[in-house]
Design a protein around this ligand. Structure first.
Ligand code: HSE
Length: 343
């Protein structure tokens, strides 16, 4: 049995989702993979920080939050470490970087990832900022330090779109990727079709934990654009950035636009796309009134879907959850298992 000592930077929805999965499934993981996950440190800007070399009880960590209490209320060896101290002092084998996303600079998360890689910790993250903005540098740093960085959760949460694209479809030659990459906007558009107002639908998406801390990133298309950058650079060998995406969000769509599309047998979907023609790369995020017969038009609610167009296999579509605490927590577990199962 191998014990994997984890440090978590961030204890919001995703950090808590990961902790729930560990609390519920650690025995299964031990039987299935011979791996046991032990959380030794959690550092969160709001909930506070705890460290214990003998491991923190995941049920107690979650219990404190459920009661609205800070993490300092649970039994631990050390309290109050900031993110950097946690990375440097916890002696963890792996860092789960799940702090807030910033798609302008990728910081401070990218700095935490760099520090962990330099400490020879493996890193798993669902944070789009560091990966969309600094992936070449971070993957080089991981290789230099003989560790790995897993980021399946940055696109479509636990739905294995990156693994499918980078491992299973790699040889098939991916020439175009199109998808519904943001759960919040797809949820809002689906609810507006049912007659719910934009404001109520957004509030519901926030309640359900789909939306970013600042939902502007969702509704203006920045979140989907970050995912297009990640998909394109990882799966199509490009080196594009956020500024290379032609982007518009859903805020200008009116209830009337939605009703008119319905009359026309169409549905508005926020579509992220990237296409490569020789050296020319075209990437965009924009609302498109798809005919209801289109495979992506059938995807409702917070579900995401991606269609890969390939040279050898034609089109392959993968649909599944694109957001949510457990769904994204699962991506981190899947990355950890992929790293340690072959070690
Ligand atoms: N806010 C994002 C969404 C979360 O709604 O899809 C997952 O990146």
């Amino acid at each position: 049995m191998q014990t994997i000592r984890l440090a978590l930077i961030g204890f919001g929805n995703v950090g808590q989702g990961l902790t729930e999965i560990i609390a519920d499934r650690n025995d299964n993981f031990a039987k299935q993979f011979g791996l046991k996950f032990q959380i030794v440190a959690v550092s969160d800007i709001y909930w506070g920080s705890v460290y214990d070399p003998d491991g923190l009880d995941p049920v107690r960590l979650l219990g404190a939050i459920q009661k609205g209490e800070k993490l300092a209320t649970i039994q631990a060896a050390e309290y109050g470490w900031d993110a950097t101290t946690t990375i440097e002092q916890s002696g963890a084998d792996a860092l789960a970087e799940v702090s807030f996303t910033d798609l302008k600079t990728g910081e401070p998360a990218a700095g935490f990832v760099r520090a962990a890689l330099k400490q020879r910790m493996n890193v798993v993250t669902s944070n789009k900022g560091p990966i969309a903005l600094h992936y070449p540098e971070l993957s080089r740093l991981a290789a230099e330090n003989s560790v790995q960085i897993g980021f399946e959760g940055t696109v479509m949460s636990g739905t294995p779109v990156l693994r499918m694209g980078s491992e299973i479809l790699k040889a098939a030659g991916v020439n175009r990727i199109q998808g519904i990459l943001n759960g919040t906007t797809n949820y809002i558009l689906s609810r507006m079709e049912d007659g719910t107002s934009y404001a109520d639908a957004l509030a519901e998406a926030q309640d359900k934990g789909y939306a970013e801390a600042d939902p502007t990133g969702d509704v203006e298309g920045f979140d989907a654009a970050g995912k297009v950058v990640i998909l394109s650079n990882l799966l199509m060998g490009t080196e594009i950035g956020m500024d290379d995406i032609e982007r518009s969000g859903i805020t200008h769509l009116t209830p009337e636009d939605i009703r008119n599309a319905k009359i026309d047998d169409r549905r508005w979907k926020l579509i992220g796309a990237v296409e490569k023609d020789g050296e020319k790369v075209t990437a965009s995020v924009q609302p498109v009134p798809l005919p209801v017969s289109h495979p992506l038009a059938t995807i409702g609610g917070a579900t995401n879907a991606v269609t890969f167009s390939t040279d050898l296999l034609g089109d392959i579509t993968l649909a599944g959850p694109g957001a949510g605490r457990r769904e994204t927590g699962y991506a981190l577990i899947a990355d950890l298992i992929a790293i340690y199962n072959k070690a």
